[in-house]
Design a protein around this ligand. Sequence first.
Ligand SMILES: Nc1ncnc2c1ncn2[C@@H]1O[C@H](COP(=O)(O)OP(=O)(O)OP(=O)(O)O)[C@@H](O)[C@H]1O
Length: 364
Amino acid sequence: MTGLVLKDIRKSYGPVKVLHGIDLQIEKGEFVVFVGPSGCGKSTLLRMIAGLEGITAGEMQIEGQRVNDVPPSKRGIAMVFQSYALYPHMTVYDNMAFGMRIAGEDKAEIDRRVRSAAEKLQLEPYLDRLPKALSGGQRQRVAIGRAICRNPKVFLFDEPLSNLDAALRVATRIEIARLNESMPDTTMIYVTHDQVEAMTLADRIVVLSAGRVEQVGAPLELYEHPANLFVAKFIGSPAMNIVPTTIVEAGPTTTVSLGGDRNISLDIATPPDHKGRKASFGVRPEDLRIATEGEHALFSGTIGIVEALGEVTLLHLEELSGEDPVVVKLPGIVRDVRGKTLTFTADAGKLHLFDADGHSYRKA
Ligand SMILES: Nc1ncnc2c1ncn2[C@@H]1O[C@H](COP(=O)(O)OP(=O)(O)OP(=O)(O)O)[C@@H](O)[C@H]1O
C-alpha cells in the first residue's frame, strides 16, 4: 500500500516560488529522508505533509485519502521537532499522555500506550520527571515517545538530532533506527543536514535542490550512481572531485582528456556525436589510491594540506594544471607526505562522467 503520494506539489509565498512541482510516492512503512542545501525547501515540504503549511497547488494523499484540506490533527501524522517542544511544567508521563487526554482517550488505554512507548525508548525510569531534569537526548526521546503514543500513520522528523552533541546524536540515531524496525507499518519521513543520518537511516533518500527533486534512490544507489553533478557533489564527504574535460573518443567506451597528454579510457558509453564535447570527469576522494609502477595515472601533483583524522588521511593534491586541488582520502594514518609529488589512480568502475548539462552518462 502507498503511504504517501505527492502529485505536482507546489508552494509559493506570495510571488516567491519555493517548491516547483514535487512528485513522490512513498510506500507504507518506508523510511524516506529529505536532504538538500539550506533553503531548498525540505522543511517546507515536511510541514506541508504535516498540514502546518497550506498546499499552493498539486495533490497530497495519505494512505489513499486526499488530505490537501484535512487539518493536521486529522491526518494521522505525528511530528518530532529539533526543539523537542515539550511542556516544561508537565512530567514525562503527562507530556506523552497529553495529546491522548485531549482526544478523550480512555485512561487505561492512555496508560498502556505511554508505558509501551516508554519501554521502547527506555524512558521508564524518567516518567515522573520534569523535562528540565532530563538530558537533551532524553528530552528528544520523550518527544519521540509522545509521537509514538499517537499511533501515527506517518511519522515526521524535522532535524531531530541537530541540538544533540556528537555522542548523543549517534545513540539517538540508533534509537530511531530501532524504532523504525519496531514499527514496520509506520511511514517515516525525516529531514536532515547530516549525511550519516541520511545514509544509515533511509530506505530511500530524496535529494532536493532549489525546490526541485534532483534524484530519489536508495542511499548506495545515489552514492554509486548519482544522476547528475549536483547529487554527485552533494552525497559523499569530502565531495567528489570534478574536473572539466573534453570527450576525445565517444562510443561504447569513452576517452576523455584531462589536459596535457593525459587521456583516460572510461568504461562508460557516450553517443558518438558527443565526440569533442565538453564534459565533467568525476572521481571520489576515497576511490583514489597511490598508483603503482606502470599503472595508468589519473592525477599527479604535489601534496599540499594534509588532514590526518586518524581513521583516514585527507591529502590535498595541488595539480600541475592549476585547477582546484584534488582531494584524496586514504585509509589510516599517512605520514610525511606533505610536499611530495605523488601519482594517483582509481579502478575503472569508480569513474564518473557527466555531460555539459551535468547529467550522468552512466544510467542511474
Ligand atoms: N513564510 C515564508 N515566507 C517566505 N518565504 C519563506 C517562508 N518560509 C520559508 N520561506 C523560503 O522558502 C525556502 C525554503 O525554506 P525551507 O525552510 O523549507 O528550507 P530548508 O531546505 O528546510 O532549509 P534549512 O535546511 O536551512 O532548514 C527558503 O528560501 C525560505 O526563505
